[in-house]
Design a protein around this ligand. Structure first.
Ligand code: ZN
Length: 85
């Protein structure tokens, strides 16, 4: 294995790990893994720009709130059962 190959492997390895981590944080682990693996740096950008699946829009104030929350973090009205995925 020459040094250039090691460089490119670690270069893509960094993007693969980073996009997987971001995918996991956004509830999209598989998408993050695949994007990082197939597209490298481009995949990392795509997963960074992708919609966060954990956050849903509150029907009362239209702000994003966590899908498992019982009350909206912004308007503090009950959102349990009102959030659609
Ligand atoms: Zn709200």
């Amino acid at each position: 294995m020459d040094s250039e190959m090691v460089f490119w492997l670690s270069f893509y390895g960094v993007f693969f790990v980073a996009s997987s981590a971001i995918g996991a944080l956004k509830g999209r682990l598989i998408a993050g893994l695949l994007l990082g693996y197939v597209l490298g740096p481009v995949g990392l950008v795509i997963i960074l720009l992708s919609k966060d699946k954990r956050m849903l829009v509150c029907p009362h104030c239209s702000q994003k709130t966590h899908r498992h929350s019982y009350y909206c973090q912004h308007c503090e009205r009950k959102v349990y059962g009102c959030l659609q995925s």
